[in-house]
Design a protein around this ligand. Structure first.
Ligand code: ADP
Ligand code: MG
Length: 705
């Protein structure tokens, strides 16, 4: 339950004056709402951070006003000079004066009654806007503000500038934010006073007030005291939530899971290759972790193609050796099915029973599967997030692997980790995205990490080129030769969202085009809007070499493994982020053939896009690429925040606050060491902080305990 004083902040934004149903829709567009929130709330308005300020503090006389600058002037209205009849293009002018001179207020296409109401002759008005000089007269075109003396105090002398969307004006947001600030309850300080003093940071409410009602132009920048304070609050809430989850997991007596190695030995014998040194090393770490009596939460990081799947299988085998069950969860159905197919022959050789559960398994077969799962007949269940439906009950789940974790949001991650009942599962999270250390800490806290640092032997470097779409015909000629020599080709068209019809149309168009050239029987199409069965059929045809070319949207980005495919063409490569390009390229270079990646772009290339494509040509090192990605566009992309459309941080956007992340983590650790139940006065205040940043799941752990 959210504490009562916070309730007004979490009310619908429509409760603010000036926000009706139409504005609500615009707010929904302009504000970045957290996952699962569909209607903007008051707090979301407060987290909508300005990008700058307009300084209206200069209040010269008319004579002293400098053309080209923003000024706020006190004037008396002298007379109106409407546009001459028959010349609507000429402006409506209003002459005003003070004791030093005259100024013309200039309105184009103005509504006469509006101007007459705003500027009655003889009245005093405060006007603010850009001063101009025209034919030796001082003028102001469309003043930003025209206010009567009694409303003078409402004029924002330092006006925050917000990210907007068409139809949503800054004035609306300013008004909304000011009202929202008035709803702020009295908070008990949750930060250490000494730390605040050392940094010179204001209290929470003052900080937020300074952002929306700045007192200084420098208030609105990530380096300012108020902004830093809020970022630190957000980071501390995040770190505290993660630490709580970890504390909770580790405190729950996990079971020590250990096996004799007999199943692993059989798998190893069935493998057509030996494990790499780093696969062995990762397995040793996982085995030790599983054997310990706390609950395991470990990240297995390995670049695309480094062989994480085998490590997952071997780790799951440990659980089965111990007489328990294991689960492997993939982010997409295609990937879940592929995992099941890869694992099947090995599992058979080792005498393991595998089950597959995705959103597609329904009715009788699903019921049967669940029965076999509950009876313990199934050793390893592979699937999508369908695995976490409430009626999926294991006889004895000891170990869960989550593949390609960055596709899941923070909230899901928390929900997941706290799932699993008594003696619940040890968790291994696998990611192909090499997340830099600093980011790891921001998003996962102090997680145990195993790394696959080398690629399996025999991998040849991939030749990467960038080609302008003007040379499409040359590219296609090259592909014709390659196909005659037996090569298979991925052709990727960007599809940002499955609902994005025009992007889908582009993939369909390219498919039709290539079908004409290569023969319809040789070209397949794979996209997110297809039914699961249709996807399977296409994937199967491609992996059995019945299709030569697979035109796909980014559906194939994650995990797909067809070793004979050696050419990756990425259309509109300039639209992809580096991490995504790297993932896509990782689909080739898996077999014996020399592999190629062609980055097709539409000229002219912007500077960032240029750097991205050049980086791809220069390096195949996922870590280097991830660091560069971070540098080019901040952390969201690396962790897939863009895919989910939701920000992970609202104030503390990486990479501006890396230094604070470490401090927040230490602070969270210290707090929980001294006050594991958050029962002290500071602990109580910190609970409010957790609610404020919507880490409700973490607070709920106290009640479970
Ligand atoms: P990823 O880490 O991207 O998930 P996969 O697990 O899909 O990588 O492995 C990529 C390919 O490398 C697969 O075809 C797999 O069989 C193969 N592979 C994995 N480990 C080794 C190894 N030690 N030696 C040779 N090939 C391996
Ligand atoms: Mg994989």
């Amino acid at each position: 339950m959210r504490p009562a004083p916070l309730i007004p902040l979490f009310a619908n934004a429509k409760s603010l004056t000036g926000i009706g149903p139409r504005m609500e829709l615009l707010l929904k567009k302009a504000l970045r709402l957290p996952p699962g929130v569909t209607e903007p709330r008051v707090i979301d308005v407060l987290w909508h951070m300005p990008t700058g300020v307009i300084d209206r503090r200069a209040t010269p006389t008319i004579a002293a006003a400098v053309p080209g600058t923003i000024a706020t002037l006190e004037v008396r209205v002298l007379k109106h000079r409407p546009s001459p009849r028959g010349n609507a293009r000429a402006p409506y002018k209003v002459l005003c004066e003070d004791e030093t001179g005259q100024i013309d207020l200039v309105f184009f296409h103005a509504e006469r009654s509006f101007i007459e109401r705003q500027l009655p002759v003889g009245a005093m008005r405060t006007i603010s806007g850009r001063v101009e000089s025209y034919n030796d007269r001082t003028q102001m075109t469309h003043p930003d503000y025209i206010v009567a003396p009694e409303a003078r105090a409402d004029l924002p002398m330092l006006e925050p500038v917000y990210p907007l969307t068409a139809g949503l004006s800054g004035k609306i947001l300013i008004k909304a934010a000011r009202q929202a600030l008035e709803r702020m309850p009295q908070f008990t300080e949750w930060q250490e006073p000494t730390w605040l003093a050392a940094r010179g940071w204001p209290d929470f409410t003052s900080a937020l007030t300074r952002i929306h009602r700045p007192e200084d132009a420098t208030d609105i920048s990530p380096g300012s005291g108020p902004w830093q304070r809020l970022a630190y609050d957000e980071l501390l809430a995040g770190q505290l939530a993660l630490a709580l989850v970890r504390q909770n997991l580790k405190a729950q007596k996990g079971r020590a899971v250990g096996g004799q190695g007999h199943i692993r030995a059989r798998i190893a014998k069935a493998l057509p290759f030996g494990l790499t040194r780093s696969q062995h090393e990762a397995l040793r770490e996982i085995e030790a972790d599983m054997g310990a009596s706390h609950r395991m939460l470990r990240l297995l990081q390995g670049d695309v193609g480094s062989g994480k799947t085998v490590v997952a299988l071997m780790s799951m085998a440990i659980a089965v050796e111990a007489g328990a069950q294991a689960a492997l969860m993939a982010p997409t159905e295609v990937l879940a099915r592929q995992h099941a197919e890869t694992v099947a022959p090995l599992a058979q050789a080792a005498g393991l029973t595998i089950g597959l559960l995705t959103g597609r398994e329904k009715g009788r077969p699903r019921t049967e599967l669940l029965e076999r799962l509950a009876s313990g007949e199934i050793d390893i269940l592979i699937g999508t997030h369908a695995l976490f439906q409430p009626d999926v009950v294991f006889k004895d789940l000891a170990f869960a692997v989550i593949d390609e974790q960055h596709r899941f949001g923070v909230h899901q991650r928390l929900a997941l980790q706290t799932k699993g009942g008594n003696g619940g599962a040890n968790v291994l999270v696998m990611t192909a995205t090499p997340i830099p250390r600093t980011l790891l800490m921001t998003h996962y806290g102090d997680l145990d990490v195993s790394r696959l640092t080398e690629k399996p032997a025999g991998r040849k470097p991939i030749t990467t080129t960038k080609v302008s779409t003007d040379r499409l015909d040359d590219v296609i000629d090259g592909l014709k030769r390659a196909v005659t020599q037996g090569a298979q080709i991925y052709w990727v068209c960007p599809l940002i969202e499955s609902s994005d019809k025009s992007e889908l149309a582009a993939a369909e168009e390219r498919h039709a085009h290539l079908s004409q050239i290569f023969g319809a029987e040789n070209v397949g199409l794979l996209h997110g809007a297809m039914s699961g069965a249709a996807k399977d059929a296409v994937m199967a045809a491609f992996s059995e070499d019945r299709l030569k070319i697979l035109v796909a949207t980014t559906v194939i980005e994650v995990g797909v493994n067809v070793p004979n495919a050696s050419i990756m063409v990425i259309e509109h490569a300039e639209r992809f982020g580096l991490a995504q390009l790297h993932q896509l390229r990782g689909r080739v270079g898996r077999g014996d053939r020399q592999s190629y990646c062609m980055l097709l772009y539409k000229a002219p290339l912007g500077e960032t896009a240029q750097s991205r494509l050049d980086m791809m040509r220069e390096s195949e090192d996922g870590f280097l690429i991830a660091e560069k990605d971070l540098e080019l566009r901040g952390g969201g992309e690396v962790l897939g925040a863009r895919q989910s459309g939701a920000p992970e941080f609202r104030v503390a956007e990486v990479p501006n606050f890396q230094e604070l992340v470490a401090a927040a983590r230490d602070d969270a650790t210290l707090v929980l060491n001294q006050d594991p139940d958050l029962a002290s006065p500071r602990g109580q205040a910190l609970r409010v902080l957790l609610y404020l940043f919507e880490c409700d799941e973490a607070v709920r752990l106290f009640r479970a305990a």
